[in-house]
Ligand binder design. Structure first.
Ligand code: BDP
Length: 596
């Protein structure tokens, strides 16, 4: 799905700001039809933001169920005879949207965009009312899964992942205009042939005159010089001596996609940025532009004080600056697709991204330990079932459709730490791997393996192009005994290396309270986090197949309030939640900046 743009033929308007807001735990609004008028008894809520931590009290923080958002906006006067679209960059986890009481779109999945053509419902120059009913319930059929329990004290949401179930309108809401015949989709796939850049493209036009327009694609370099041009809805552009996109060098070309009428007049214009690069897995190597790439960086979260998961450009630029300061070259969008601004910025900064679907917590073995699971079977007709698999497939489709053109995205991660050591898991995942490959044959696909499914037991890893491992030797096992942890970790890793695939350590980390010190490293102290990282690095450096290290986590982050495992959230951050460095930040900086 293309992002809204301002171009010669297009205009957009952000509807962000303070919206009217009302929690509706009893789901009264659905029967009373709150979409039909202005929201009675509303308070104000910022968009974008999670609603949970804005107002003190458990009512908002622990809310389960419906939340209503409403705003009134005006259609720009100049948008007559245009196609007008209302777009939500995300609504967590499901939403129904009305325009002046008319239902226009419904969407499930909290981290991907959705939109509605509202041309027939709006009048240029006039006001209109948007009402969004956002629901945050997680069930075994949603991605990610959860269970809602009815209790004498109200409904309670249980979930099996280790980050707070923040909810609301986390990203921008747009009204945008395109011509009635318009560019509906653009796909670019790039490759490198010697010193020549190769850009294959597909353009889909839609609208009443879609059959009568021709397509022209003009590729410009960063200086604005035309370097290639092609006509036709699909084609190939070749760029001799191309300046490639590469890790650390976010060089972007700009493809001007134009629809032309019979007289050669421009009907619509869309700008698609293009980073020319290749990605390939060869043996145990992960190659970008034919060069071995070693991932240095983090698993992150969209998580900041007060805002929760609300996108914020200040933290976007700040977090990237901190990664740059440390010599990090990559991160994983653990455990869901991030705001599109993040990928745009990664493209420009030359930061490599592992892009993850929000399939986290499909593991009742793990849930039993940390999240108080109650002996559920993960994959069964009563739990994660065919409907869940269909939702998972849809989440993969929407992720690839949204992010396929980002050069920064080099690898799809279709799940984090699911159960993977059973026949049921194998049967569940096999079609999902096939789907991801069919949707995007140009990128490797993997999933993130959990410690409970070690080498020899995991039945899903062989479906992936790379091995992604989360391991906590020295933290959850061999706690405090780094010598024993080192032996056990190396032994397991050497087994995985025998599979002949590149291995990325997608998580390793130790909870650390900033400012807690101990001369002889003790778990939770800054010294222990450093010693733990040093131990892990010795192990990684001794195994050739390891092509990446992503520390868990970039920063401390908020978790559910229902577990005694966490004190004020997960403290495995290299930075605190407000982005102050722990000693480990300096250690990683020394390692990564000297890595060349
Ligand atoms: C892994 C999860 C991650 C957790 C982490 C931890 O992938 O989401 O936050 O462990 O326990 O199981 O810190």
């Amino acid at each position: 799905m293309l992002r809204p743009q301002d171009t010669l033929t297009r205009e957009r308007k952000r509807l962000d700001g303070l919206w009217d807001f009302r929690l509706d735990a009893e789901a009264e609004g659905r029967t009373a039809g709150w979409q039909d008028g202005s929201l009675a008894g509303a308070t104000r809520m910022p968009v974008p933001a999670s609603y949970n931590d804005i107002v003190p009290g458990t009512q908002g923080r622990d809310h389960v169920g419906d939340a209503w958002y409403q705003t009134v906006a005006r259609v720009p006067r100049g948008w007559a005879d245009q196609r007008v679209v209302l777009r939500f960059d995300s609504a967590t986890h499901a939403a129904t949207v009305w325009l002046d009481g008319q239902r226009v779109v419904q969407h499930e999945g909290g981290y991907t965009p959705f939109e509605a053509d509202v041309t027939q419902l709006v009048t240029p120059g006039a006001e209109f009312r948007v009402t969004a009913l956002v629901n945050n319930e997680l069930t075994f059929q949603t991605i990610p899964p959860g269970i809602v329990h009815d209790t004498p004290h109200g409904r309670r949401q249980q979930y099996f992942h280790d980050f707070y179930n923040f909810a609301g309108l986390h990203r921008s809401v747009w009204l945008y205009a395109t011509p009635t015949t318009y560019v509906d989709d653009v796909t670019v796939v790039t490759d490198v042939d010697g010193t020549t850049g190769v850009v294959r493209y597909d353009v889909v036009a839609a609208g009443p005159a879609a059959g009568d327009v021709s397509v022209r694609v003009t590729l410009r370099d960063a200086a604005g010089e035309v370097v290639a041009q092609a006509d036709g809805a699909s084609g190939t552009l070749t760029v001799p001596d191309a300046h490639l996109w590469a890790p650390g060098d976010g060089y972007l070309h700009d493809a001007h996609v134009t629809l032309l009428d019979a007289a050669g007049e421009v009907v619509d214009e869309y700008h698609q940025s293009v980073g020319i690069r290749s990605v390939e897995v060869r043996g145990t190597q992960f190659l970008v532009n034919g060069e071995p790439f070693y991932f240095r960086g983090f698993g992150k979260h969209e998580d900041t004080p007060v805002r929760g998961k609300g996108h914020d450009d200040v933290f976007l630029v700040h977090d990237f600056a901190l990664m740059d300061w440390m010599g990090a070259n990559s991160f994983r969008t653990s455990h869901y697709p991030y705001a599109e601004e993040v990928y745009d910025y990664a493209d420009r900064q030359g930061i490599v991204v592992i892009d993850e679907v929000a399939a986290v917590g499909q593991n009742m073995g793990l849930a039993g330990g940390i999240f108080g699971g109650q002996n559920y079977t993960t994959f069964s007709p009563e739990t994660v079932d065919d409907d869940a698999q269909a939702a998972h497939a849809q989440a993969i489709r929407e992720l690839v459709a949204r992010d396929k053109n980002h050069p920064s995205v080099v690898l799809w991660s279709i799940a984090n730490e699911p159960e993977s050591d059973t026949d049921a898991a194998r049967a569940y995942f096999e079609p999902l791997f096939a789907l991801a490959r069919e949707l995007d044959p140009s990128r490797p696909v993997g999933f993130v393996n959990v410690m409970l499914a070690p080498h020899g037991r995991c039945q899903v890893s062989e479906l992936g192009d790379v091995l992604m491992l989360n391991r906590y030797y020295g933290w959850y096992v061999h706690t405090g005994d780094l010598a024993a942890a080192e032996d056990a970790w190396r032994a397991e890793l050497e087994q995985w290396a025998g599979d002949g695939k590149p291995i990325i350590i997608t998580e390793y980390g130790a909870d650390t309270v900033a400012g807690l010190h101990s001369l002889t490293p003790e778990p939770w102290s800054e010294e222990y986090q450093e010693a733990y990282l040093d131990m892990n690095h010795r192990v990684f450096d001794s195994v050739d197949a390891v092509v990446g290290e992503h520390v868990w986590n970039f920063a401390d982050f908020r978790t559910s309030s229902t577990s005694v495992f966490r004190v004020d959230g997960n403290k495995k951050g290299v930075f605190t939640r407000d982005r102050r460095p722990k000693a480990a930040a300096h250690l990683l900086r020394r390692r990564w900046t000297s890595a060349g």
